[in-house]
Design a protein around this ligand. Structure first.
Ligand code: NAD
Length: 551
């Protein structure tokens, strides 16, 4: 590295959240996304591994299909072997040495440029890949793949600059400095299918602050992941800092987690997988050069609690949007609802009327509110839950599943009599909402039930006009949700506004897209410099003289 031309502290522009485009009829963006969808659907792309900046073809490929039309192959993706993962680790560790020595402003510039590319020239292609590959409607793709990821990059850059500005105090004659070192080694990023933005955030957060990543994307979101890899390259990210190793999750993880250079895990996905990664890390603990930082955001069993004073129309909209948007495949999706008996008939009729109105089908038809669920396994799992509901509860709406063309599951509303029913405890991760009707006078004990029914603690909402009830719910449910909503649906957290994550079985609650998360990827060094060091080892109290008083 040569000397840097700048002197003086530079700052990162204060970001604003990226505006969400509407895609209304006649709009420019609607025409553009239409063209991008057509172009991608006509291609059959070959997706290589990317290791140390080189595109590597393993020869073992896996087809990438459209969930809305599963015979349509969008791409073929090469799968990594253990040797590729080892190469990726070596590349990451080597690339990081130089990257960590770059002026931080230049590192951040790469990601500010990535955000700008995504906001402009890459927006349509990344959105279209998310729509076709992950079955998101245009609105769901726009708020995720475009806006949220742009926000993650811009806000993380700003947060990094703020962190770098934090320095300790110094006493006279001394200068104390904090060297915000990145972790030594590589971070293993394992990303879920359901948010392109999370794939981008998890692969890059530690890189923004000087680290390097070995990235294993979800096998059901490979097209959008490949777009992000290309975007990183265009933004000027040096080779080796983010290595792309799609492959069998267990085989890739075995190699990554047994490397002495493992510095951290950045995971989002299901609770069971996170626990298996943590277990493997524990078993290997003596091998590592440092204690790996383990950051994981996992499942949820997110609630909406209605008080008798709730606005029922607002609550009904929250249930329908919160429960059925993106086919219920959000970790924050509303999936257990607690309704006072006095409000139930009216609320039920409102939810049923809205649900009957929802259209489901191919996401290229913009009249559809819902698309398909992600793949055959998800379809079978959700269908199993619905079959169980039909045997043990009342299915009030939906319940239909068909997979001839795409993996379609109708928005399904189930009323349970037992508040401990499986559908009130387990994450379904599909468009299935369970309702439990409680006697109005049991409001307080019902709050206790909400708190203790499921092991998760991700999101939840209370609907009430009565302020005292809001205080009671917020207090009783303090640990039941890391993101708590008052008179709003429990989905749709915005970077910088509602930093996201939950506790209990839902994760380490390191709040994606916040300073708290970036801090997990730093290992500070404190430097104390003494300008004129002492040259005499004795202290004044040791000098000869009268004895201390009292002797
Ligand atoms: P998943 O756990 O099946 O997969 C997540 C990642 O782990 C994928 O990359 C997958 O290939 C990998 N994986 C799977 N099995 C593995 C194994 N045995 N060893 C190592 N890696 C393995 O989850 P998913 O279906 O992609 O995503 C849905 C889950 O993610 C839901 O539980 C949802 O609640 C959760 N999620 C949580 C958040 C949050 O912020 N809390 C956000 C999005 C999704």
């Amino acid at each position: 590295m040569g000397a840097h031309a700048f002197s003086g502290r530079r700052d990162v522009p204060l970001p604003a959240n990226e505006p969400v485009l509407t895609y209304a009829p006649g709009s420019d963006e609607r025409r553009r996304i239409g063209r991008a969808l057509d172009a991608l659907a006509e291609e059959r792309i070959e997706i290589p591994l990317v290791i140390g900046g080189r595109r590597v073809r393993s020869g073992r490929t896996r087809p990438v299909v459209m969930p809305c039309d599963h015979r349509h192959v969008l791409a073929d993706c090469h799968m990594a072997t253990p040797r590729h993962v080892r190469d990726a680790i070596t590349a990451a560790v080597e690339a990081q040495r130089e990257w960590a020595a770059w002026p931080w402003e230049d590192r951040l510039a790469v990601f500010l440029k990535a955000a700008e590319l995504l906001a402009t020239t890459w927006r349509d292609r990344v959105n279209a890949a998310t729509m076709l590959g992950q079955a998101k409607t245009v609105h769901q793709a726009e708020i995720d793949a475009a806006c949220e990821l742009i926000d993650f990059w811009r806000f993380n850059c700003r947060f990094a600059a703020e962190l770098y500005a934090e320095q300790p105090i110094s006493s006279p004659g001394v200068w104390n400095q904090l060297d915000h070192r990145p972790l030594e080694g590589f971070v293993y990023a394992v990303t879920p299918f359901n948010f392109t933005a999370i794939a981008g955030n998890l692969s890059s957060a530690n890189v923004i602050v000087g680290g390097a990543t070995v990235w294993k994307p979800a096998s059901s979101a490979l097209l959008s992941a490949w777009m992000l890899m290309q975007l990183y390259e265009e933004a000027g990210l040096p080779p080796g800092l983010i290595n792309f190793v799609p492959g069998d999750p267990e085989a890739v993880s075995d190699v990554a987690l047994s490397s002495p250079d493992l510095a951290g895990i950045h995971f989002t996905g299901s609770t069971a997988v996170f626990q298996s990664l943590w277990r493997a890390t524990g078993a290997n603990i003596a091998r590592y050069r440092s204690y790996p930082r383990v950051v994981g955001e996992t499942g949820g069993k997110d609630f909406i609690v209605l008080h008798p004073s709730a606005d029922l129309q607002a609550a009904a909209v929250a249930i329908v949007r919160g429960g059925f948007e993106y086919q219920g495949q959000k970790c924050s999706a509303a999936s257990r609802i607690y309704v006072p008996r006095s409000a139930w008939p009216e609320l039920r009729d409102r939810v049923l009327a809205m649900t009957a109105d929802l259209r489901m089908g191919d996401v290229r038809d913009f009249g559809n509110f819902m698309g398909a669920v992600i793949d055959r396994n998800a379809f079978a799992r959700i269908r199993g839950y619905i079959a169980h509901a039909k045997r043990t509860a009342r299915v009030l709406a939906g319940g239909g599943c068909r997979d001839r063309v795409g993996y379609f599951v109708e928005p399904t509303l189930v009323q349970v009599d037992d508040p401990g029913h499986r559908l009130m405890r387990e994450e379904v991760f599909g468009p299935v909402v369970a309702v439990y009707v409680y006697p109005d006078r049991q409001w307080r004990s019902m709050l206790e039930l909400v708190d203790t029914t499921s092991p998760y603690g991700l999101t939840g909402a209370v609907f009430a006009r009565d302020r005292q009830a809001i205080i009671e719910a917020s207090t009783a449910l303090r640990h039941a949700a890391g993101n708590f909503y008052i008179n709003d649906k429990p989905t749709g957290a915005v970077v910088g506004q509602q930093p996201f994550g939950g506790g209990r079985a839902s994760g380490t609650n390191d709040k994606a897209g916040s300073k708290l998360n970036l801090m997990r990827w730093l290992s500070p060094r404190v430097i104390k410099e003494t300008f004129v060091p002492p040259v005499d080892y004795t202290y004044p109290f040791m000098k000869a003289g009268e004895p201390p008083s009292g002797d």
